[in-house]
Design a protein around this ligand. Structure first.
Ligand code: NDP
Length: 515
């Protein structure tokens, strides 16, 4: 995985636009990963004991630090990923907004609340709360080195866990900066620590004494993470890759759809898990849409000049994947209307718009993770849905339609869909984020994202003696018969939904038996 040539105890991070070294970090071996987890364990009780208000206060102070020093953090992100400074600020800003949501909503989502105890055990009160797990390990990628891991880090902290974070080997400085910034707020506790290194450090974290592992990265590495975690029965969240489609209906606002497709496909040089990699356009508007998208694609380029909207490919080995997918599409009869057949140089990939690409080609089936997009024609929206759902991934997606947007969106097999916009779901903190199929499982963000880092704790309290005590060796044959009769009355008929209290029902059964 590594493209660098460090000695094993030292990791150098580099500016991908120039190859200059921008940071040197000591590598954590298994012993130091275990030590970090032990420190996190020692702080876990303190953090959980602070309660929702205390934690909201700390997370609020951290949020203020992040906001005030956003430009400084964006400098680190820019240096390690090459993405434009303004784009780095955008991902940091979204992470800050999620932190605010967590602070204000954690208690409502996770705090103890009463639930119905049902008819059979109506003499009980019942409640549920969501307790922190303890220590959560987080393994993150390099493409959005703040926003993406913070989807796990901030939600795990908000739920009352401490965190040990293994950033990508390409963006260790961002991880260290994040941990240092929280340490400014709480200097004497280990709420968030980073462990630095390559895959071996990540594997050591998987095998350490953690209570859950949240992984974001490729599907292949996700499988290795699951296998390592399985050794200790450590549960996992897997946020893996995608091959998201954008669907354009015949009555869509084509200008808006083309603008969204261009942003979704090319921003961050296409290195976005929820980026647009395929577009399915109704045949009646395909030609016009391709013309609009092509115009927008020609207006952006990757480089280091002031006008460049796209940075370099952060992981240079990805350039070969982009080249292979474009070559394959062209060899199979696809056409490049923008860019190609040589879309890449040593560090930069330029936008490519491909049309008429066979559905079984690499550019349609595999994650490209570069600024290329396939635009294929469909006869109707049913065909667009079928093609979208044919892939092994199921992360996000978008639909542009005048009348049928939500209806089409609900038929797509993916975790998230934006209607008449692109990627909007990621910026709405109350919405869960995650995929199905090869895109992984589990959720970050929103109420589901908070609960992901907890265990449900159920408590019942008997408020009065039962009318029919089922859990005693004193139970009689008559009571057993009464139970069966009662159950038949309650559930025996499919359409029957009675609102009568259990006590009245038992009395009615007794009266019937007497009568
Ligand atoms: P990788 O899968 O290569 O790496 C992800 C993380 O796992 C890195 O920190 C990596 O460390 C670490 N790792 C590598 N090997 C192991 C191992 N054996 N055990 C434990 N950890 C290991 O992904 P990338 O960093 O290349 O990220 C890009 C991928 O992430 C794309 O597929 C993209 O779609 C996906 N992604 C998914 C998102 C989502 O929310 N669904 C969001 C963002 C990206 P190291 O870097 O040192 O190798």
């Amino acid at each position: 995985m590594s493209e660098h040539t460090e000695s094993p105890d030292k990791l150098e991070s580099m500016d991908p636009a120039t190859g200059d070294v921008v940071g040197v970090h000591a590598v954590d071996d298994t012993a130091s990963v275990d030590a970090a987890v032990a420190r996190a364990r020692a702080s876990a009780g303190w953090w959980a004991g602070l309660g929702f208000d205390g934690r909201a206060e700390v997370l609020g102070q951290w949020r203020a630090v992040l906001t005030r020093r956003m430009a400084q953090l964006a400098d680190v992100v820019h240096a390690e990923t090459g993405k434009p400074h303004a784009d780095a600020q955008l991902e940091i800003g979204l992470a800050i907004d999620h932190l605010a949501w967590i602070g204000s909503k954690a208690e409502k989502v996770l705090g103890r609340h009463r639930v119905s105890s049902g008819l059979l055990l109506a003499n009980h009160s019942a409640s549920v709360e969501y307790r922190p797990l303890g220590v959560v390990g987080v393994i993150g990628p390099w493409n959005y080195p703040v926003f993406t891991p913070m989807g796990s880090i901030a939600y795990a902290l908000g739920a009352g866990n401490t965190v040990v974070f293994k950033p990508s080997e390409l963006t260790p400085g961002v991880g260290v900066w994040l941990a240092d910034s929280l340490r400014e707020v709480v200097p004497d506790q280990h709420l968030l620590q980073t462990v630095i290194g390559w895959g071996e450090t990540g594997a050591a974290l998987c095998r350490a004494d953690i209570d859950k592992l949240a992984f974001t990265g490729s599907t292949g590495t996700g499988k290795k993470v699951m296998a390592a975690c399985a050794e200790n029965l450590t549960p996992v969240v897997i946020e893996a890759g995608g091959k998201d489609a954008l669907i354009v209906d015949e009555d869509a606002d084509l200008e808006a759809a083309a603008d969204a497709a261009a942003w979704g496909a090319f921003s961050n040089a296409g290195q976005t898990c929820i980026g647009v990699e395929r577009v399915y356009v109704h045949e009646k508007v395909h030609e016009e849409f391709v013309a609009l998208l092509s115009e927008k694609a020609r207006a952006v380029h990757a480089g280091t000049d002031a006008d460049a909207k796209l940075g370099p490919m952060t992981m240079t080995s990805q350039l070969e994947v982009v080249r292979r997918h474009v070559d394959d599409a062209l060899a199979r009869g696809g056409r490049a209307v923008v860019g190609g057949p040589e879309p890449v140089d040593e560090r930069f990939a330029q936008p490519v718009v491909l049309v008429d690409v066979p559905e079984d080609s690499l550019a349609v089936t595999e994650e490209t993770f570069g600024p290329t997009v396939v635009v294929n024609k469909v006869a109707c929206m049913d065909e667009a849905i079928e093609r979208t759902n044919a892939g092994k991934y199921g992360l996000g997606g978008a639909v542009f339609s005048g009348r049928r947007g939500p209806e089409i969106a609900r038929q797509l097999r993916s975790g998230m869909t934006s209607v008449n916009s692109v990627i909007a779901f990621a910026g709405i903190p109350s919405l869960p984020f995650g995929g199905v199929g090869d895109s992984g499982f589990g959720r970050i963000h929103g109420a589901d994202g908070l609960r992901e880092f907890t265990y449900a704790k159920a408590v019942t309290r008997q408020r009065m003696k039962p009318v029919l005590n089922l859990t005693t060796f004193e139970r009689t044959t008559e009571q057993d018969t009464l139970f069966v009769t009662l159950l038949t009355a309650l559930h025996g008929r499919a359409s029957q939904i009675s609102k009568r209290p259990l006590r009245e029902r038992v009395q009615a059964v007794r009266d019937r038996r007497r009568g």
